[in-house]
Design a binder for this molecule. Structure first.
Ligand SMILES: Cc1cc2nc3c(=O)[nH]c(=O)nc-3n(C[C@H](O)[C@H](O)[C@H](O)COP(=O)(O)OP(=O)(O)OC[C@H]3O[C@@H](n4cnc5c(N)ncnc54)[C@H](O)[C@@H]3O)c2cc1C
Length: 751
């Protein structure tokens, strides 16, 4: 019999007795302390002397930190499988991915019937378990958008909502004994969990053969099914038979179970602390050593096995076998548990063929080297809020930098900070607050450092403090050829110039150094106006903002007209002052613009203004349609044209952010972001690309350019809108030097 090459793990199997309810919990905590990988409990809730299994497992999860927890095995007929699925994924989410599921078709039928379960023949019980597995996996599959429908003999679901998915790729082990259950294990299980005490000589071999045969018939690799075993015994001086004797004898007797019968997880049934300690100290390490030695000699394949169901979903053009070993743990492909949470971005639905999640610059280099050789699209993702930048794709590779999310203070004196690209701006603001510092980024805290700090950064403090990139002092970057360089005013100065406005074209920034500045509390105002005279309101607001001192930055939002309601303009404005008088003085001219419908003005730490985003994964769908323009002044002609566009109903979201002020102090040729003279950045989102383009193109005469972060139009003219002639000429020369093969193209691409 083969050694399937799975990692060798050890667990405990503790009686959930309720006589001293703390006792099983204490043994679980001890299991973790002793280094066991897993703690398990039997599930017999009809037994009055036992604690309820789910309650106990939840309690144990809360009292431990590292060890995995599993039922041994869960009595499936007692609970609706959809409920079991959610209980399992909930506990997995709460415990940080430490729950594993082991299922049984049920035993002790009288007791089960007594608890409300149905009496089934053994054959029916296997079929019911098979359907239950389909239900559980279906509920976990939250990436599938259609509701779950299963028309089974024992379990039927008529459009159940999916999710949550477990935190980790949760296995389903099966407590099988008889041939039909063994075949089910081979077809659908991720593990076989028998108790050796119930097996006759030869049963292990026969069981493995049945499982392997069923697995192969189902197109699976038999190694997908981990072989576990509950074991029991006694430590004694002299030998008294199987697992009765000194630890060395245990090692000797367990070793062939690994090498010849493929068992890789041993679960010790014991409620004795001494026996658990002896096993952990004298058996497990010696067995590990012996197995490693034997496996080394036999050369058994120890590589992790991908499920056949995952392999079936692989996309063409990606050589999955060549993924560097260092990246395998974080590599996610369609069908993997984590895929649903990684495939899409905030604004865009995606179906990538592979997501790589490097954890260091060195791993970014490896990921890029791999991706460069694959003839598919490459996306770079930091916070996943890209609008123009496409940080997801269909069938391509994503280098996801979310694990690179450090926020560090390098030097308090000079306020020098280091940010990694996967950090998000609300966390940056929160980390700087204790120092009394800030760094203007954008208006939304969930946006990532990587995408924004390579493009510009039009934020709440823009007029007083400039763009985010205006405070950037150095970057570390992985270039298209895999070299890692530092760029600053002193080193690779031309690259540093390009990164500040067109960074996505030149490489992957793995670290940003900024100089933060003092920011205390700020005045944060949310004002809603009746903007029935939309053109007049836009014009007056623009003039008021331009007249205001630089400590006022104001953003205006309007939407499509709503039947029977006046046009509403919302202003979100920040006054960079903690003096209430100053705040009111700055806001009063805005409040006088039109009838106020709602108002709220607060003095808040800047970090609190930024704490406006939900955490969690992105679930964008479809493609955003967004257009951008940079404008010097809100002239009567522009205001009238914008008002007409809004009246068309084609634009669902229309925002004007004030720029100007300190942004314009920086010379146009100092950074690749060059449209410094604009006082306003305008964005419009619509559902229909053609209509939006037609309307927006009609406004073109008013614009001096566009901000590339907000425009999704792929027509080539957009490049010359984003960059003035001299800027684009210089960028083209640098692109040829730094990325001649245009590896970084799935963004506002310089060609
Ligand atoms: C709700 C919302 C609000 C916004 N508000 C503002 C705002 O107020 N002001 C403003 O200026 N912008 C704003 N933006 C635009 C935002 O700054 C850009 O979309 C930015 O690219 C998002 O960065 P990210 O890392 O989250 O995005 P991602 O989707 O991860 O990346 C977007 C693109 O940036 C490039 N990129 C990402 N990481 C790196 C890296 N490490 N090195 C090189 N290139 C990289 C890639 O081309 C990528 O496709 C907003 C966007 C959204 C969705």
């Amino acid at each position: 019999m083969p050694d399937y090459g799975s990692p060798l793990l050890f667990g405990t199997f503790i009686t959930p007795a309720n006589a001293q309810p703390e006792a099983p919990v204490a043994l679980a905590v001890l299991s973790e302390r002793l280094g066991f990988d897993l703690v398990t409990f039997q599930d017999h809730p009809y037994q009055p002397s036992f604690l309820d299994t789910w309650t106990l497992m939840s309690w144990v999860a809360a009292r431990t930190e590292r060890i995995h927890i599993a039922p041994n095995v869960l009595n499936v007929p007692l609970r609706q499988p959809a409920v079991t699925a959610r209980a399992a994924s909930s506990l997995d989410l709460l415990s940080g991915g430490r729950f594993d599921l082991a299922l049984g078709a049920g035993a002790f039928w009288d007791a089960i019937v007594g608890m409300g379960g149905a009496r089934l023949t053994p054959g029916q019980a296997v079929d019911a378990l098979s359907e239950a597995i389909d239900v559980i996996r279906g509920i976990w599959n939250e990436g599938e958008r259609a509701p779950l429908r299963i028309d089974g003999t024992h379990h039927s679901l008529h459009g159940a909502k999916r999710g949550p998915a477990p935190a980790h790729d949760m296995p389903i082990w099966i407590g099988a004994l008889k041939p039909r259950m063994l075949r089910l294990t081979g077809r659908k299980g991720d593990g076989w969990l028998p108790s050796l005490a119930y097996l006759q000589p030869g049963d292990l071999q026969r069981g493995n053969a049945a499982i392997d045969e069923a697995a192969l018939a189902a197109g699976r690799d038999p190694r997908e099914v981990t072989r576990l075993a509950n074991i029991g015994g006694q430590f004694a001086r002299g030998s008294g038979g199987f697992l009765v004797g000194p630890p060395a004898q245990w090692v000797e007797q367990l070793l062939p179970l690994v090498l010849e019968d493929g068992v890789s997880t041993f679960i010790l049934a014991s409620d004795e602390a001494d026996a658990m300690s002896r096993f952990a100290e004298d058996v497990a390490p010696a067995l590990r050593e012996a197995v490693a030695r034997e496996r080394g000699a036999s050369g058994v394949d120890l590589a992790p096995v991908k499920r056949a169901s995952v392999i079936a979903l692989r996309r063409e053009g990606i050589d999955y076998a060549a993924i560097p070993a260092e990246l395998l743990a974080g590599a996610v492909e369609p069908g993997d548990n984590a895929y649903a949470k990684l495939r899409s971005t905030y604004m865009r639905g995606g179906s990538p063929g592979l997501v790589l999640r490097p954890r260091s610059t060195a791993e970014v280099v490896l990921a890029l080297a791999f991706a460069r050789e694959q003839p598919v699209a490459l996306a770079v993702r930091s916070g996943g809020h890209g609008i123009s930048g496409r940080s997801t794709n269909d069938g391509g590779i994503i280098i996801d930098l979310s694990a690179l999310d450090a926020i560090e203070v390098l030097d308090e004196g000079s306020r020098r900070i280091r940010l990694e690209p996967g950090a998000v701006w609300m966390d940056v603001a929160a980390a700087l607050q204790p120092y009394g510092w800030g760094l203007s980024s954008g208006d939304y805290g969930g946006v990532g450092v990587g995408g924004l700090a390579t493009a510009g950064g039009i934020g709440w403090l823009a007029r007083g403090r400039g763009l985010t990139i205006d405070h950037l002092v150095a970057v570390e970057m992985v270039l298209a050829d895999g070299s890692v360089v530092r760029a600053s005013a002193e080193e690779n100065a031309d690259l540093f110039w390009a990164v500040r406005g067109a960074g996505a074209n030149f490489g992957i920034v793995t670290s940003f150094e900024f100089e933060a500045y003092d920011v205390g509390e700020v005045g944060f105002a949310q004002l809603a106006f009746d903007a029935s005279d939309t053109a007049g309101f836009l014009e007056d607001w623009g003039a008021a903002v331009e007249r205001a001192p630089r400590d006022l930055t104001s953003f205006l939002i309007m939407g499509a007209p709503r039947a029977g309601q006046p046009a509403v303009a919302q202003l979100m404005s920040v006054v960079d002052s903690d003096d209430p008088e100053t705040v009111i003085e700055r806001l009063q001219p805005l409040a006088d613009l039109a009838p106020l419908l709602q108002q709220s003005v607060q003095l808040l730490p800047y970090a609190q203004v930024m704490a406006n985003a939900q955490r969690g994964h992105h679930d964008g769908r479809g493609e955003p349609r967004s257009r951008s323009g940079l404008l010097e002044h809100i002239t009567p002609a522009f205001a009238a044209a914008a008002s007409a566009m809004l009246a068309s109903g084609e634009v669902q979201f229309f925002q004007i952010r004030s720029v100007g002020g300190a942004v314009a102090d920086v010379p146009a040729d100092a950074t690749a972001y060059a449209h410094r003279s604009a006082n306003f950045s305008i964005v419009a989102l619509g559902a229909r690309a053609e209509e939006l383009n037609r309307l927006w193109d009609g406004l073109a005469e008013h614009f001096t350019g566009l901000y590339l972060s907000f425009d999704t139009d792929l027509r080539p003219e957009r490049l010359t809108d984003a960059f003035p002639v001299e800027t684009i000429a210089r960028l083209r020369v640098l692109k040829t030097r730094y990325d001649p093969r245009n590896v970084f193209r799935d963004n506002f691409n310089i060609v």
